[in-house]
Ligand binder design. Structure first.
Ligand code: ARG
Length: 387
């Protein structure tokens, strides 16, 4: 049997290669979908795959596609789940899709992933696999063999598989251009403060506050401080700028798909600052009815994506609504960064629904308000009278 594995070179997917070979009698093709994985890790992971005797290995650079087809949609939808920007959930559909493409090209029989039976990623991978390639078998070694992290670590050691974690620091880290998530080990106690060493993107290196201008075109950020940037470059730049002020650290107890409450730590400086800026621009150009309705659409979008239901038809329907609102979300937002803080200090747009004349206390109010006042609380008055 030939299996294509969504591989990263981390503990779980590294032992998956061996498990697929030994316990499932498979020839393994590993696929790393680069959605923003550090270069050294890519090189190491590929080396390791070859050492493990894979039939073939692919490294696919999907950064550009990840930004233009996923991150941009997430910005337009202000995509969050329980208060933090979606990052892992956003990349899984793309990774799954690339794995399926390779599997079809290679005439493979099975699709495989390294997710455990406790988390969300099993749902995300498998709903993509099932909806796009229902003819293929799915093999999820870690879940099926019900391996604990400790067991996985000893399996790796027994088989001489080099792994980036040990029993003292068994953190499970997932990283892409939109965020970095860290879980496991001592972090599993929600009372324990996360040690500084787990963070990489949000070390404070700047003290002096700085204002950064973001330009949006139809809901998409296209320039920073007047400098037009390519999609990937802009996200990297905002991770750097916001990260240097320590913006974008999130420590929460989150409700997983299974209902399990899990303590999670995230670093998502670019996502936090760009979504903040985007929301403020929407406030300037959309009507209050659009804004209220869009809140519902945005949270539904976030929940679908969190739950791995990227191929659910409703997601596309919501995207159509969102795109229609974004026609006017063009303009500039000034973000001010200071220690652990990012706030909006200015916004402007050619589509602004703001009227200085209407809003200013220096201008006279319209006498038509009088009439509106009479009717505004009509039903409250009537109900009071009715007793
Ligand atoms: N809980 C987050 C999510 O479901 C992050 C999971 C990422 N995986 C990891 N091994 N850190 O999106």
């Amino acid at each position: 049997m030939k299996a294509v594995l969504a591989y990263s070179g981390g503990l779980d997917t590294s032992i998956c290669v061996k498990l697929l070979q030994e316990k499932y009698d498979c020839d393994v093709i590993t696929v790393i979908v680069d959605v923003g994985i550090p270069k050294e890790e890519l090189v190491e992971a590929e080396k390791k795959a070859r050492k493990l005797g894979v039939l073939k290995h692919y490294t696919i650079d999907a950064k550009e596609e990840f930004v233009t087809e996923y991150i941009h949609k997430a910005i337009k939808a202000n995509a969050t789940y329980e208060g933090y920007p979606l990052s892992t959930a956003l990349a899984r559909p793309l990774t799954a899709m690339k794995v399926i493409t390779i599997a079809k090209k290679e005439g493979a029989d099975a699709l495989s992933h390294g997710a455990t039976g406790k988390g969300n990623d099993q749902f995300r991978f498998e709903s993509m696999f099932r909806s796009i390639a229902p003819e293929m078998e799915i093999i999820a070694p870690i879940r099926e063999l019900n391996l604990t992290r400790k067991e996985s670590i000893s399996y790796a050691k027994e088989h001489g598989i080099p792994i980036p974690v040990d029993l003292e620091k068994p953190f499970s880290i997932d990283e892409n251009l939109w965020g970095r998530s860290i879980e496991g080990g001592i972090l599993e106690d929600p009372w324990t403060e996360p040690p500084e060493e787990i963070f990489q993107w949000t070390k404070i290196t700047k003290q002096k506050p700085e204002t950064v201008m973001i330009e949006f075109e139809k809901g998409i950020p296209i320039a920073v401080n007047g400098r037009k940037m390519k999609p990937v470059e802009l996200v990297i730049e905002m991770n750097k700028v916001a990260g240097s002020y320590g913006v974008g650290r999130v420590d929460i107890v989150e409700d997983r798909i299974l209902g399990i409450k899990a303590r999670e730590n995230y670093e998502c400086p670019g996502a936090v600052s760009l979504i903040t800026a985007h929301k403020h621009l929407e406030q300037l150009v959309l009507t209050r009815r659009q804004l209220r309705f869009k809140e519902i659409v945005d949270s539904t979008w976030g929940e679908l994506v969190y739950k791995g239901l990227w191929t659910e038809p409703l997601r596309k329907d919501l995207d159509s609504f969102i795109d229609s609102t974004q026609e006017r979300v063009s303009g500039e937002v000034k973000l001010k960064f200071s220690q652990k803080n990012c706030s909006v200090v200015g916004r402007q747009s050619r589509y602004a629904l703001y009227s200085k004349e209407m809003a200013s206390f220096d201008e006279k109010a319209s006498d038509l308000v009088e009439g509106m006042l009479r009717f505004h609380s009509l039903q409250s008055e009537l109900s009071k009278k009715a007793g």
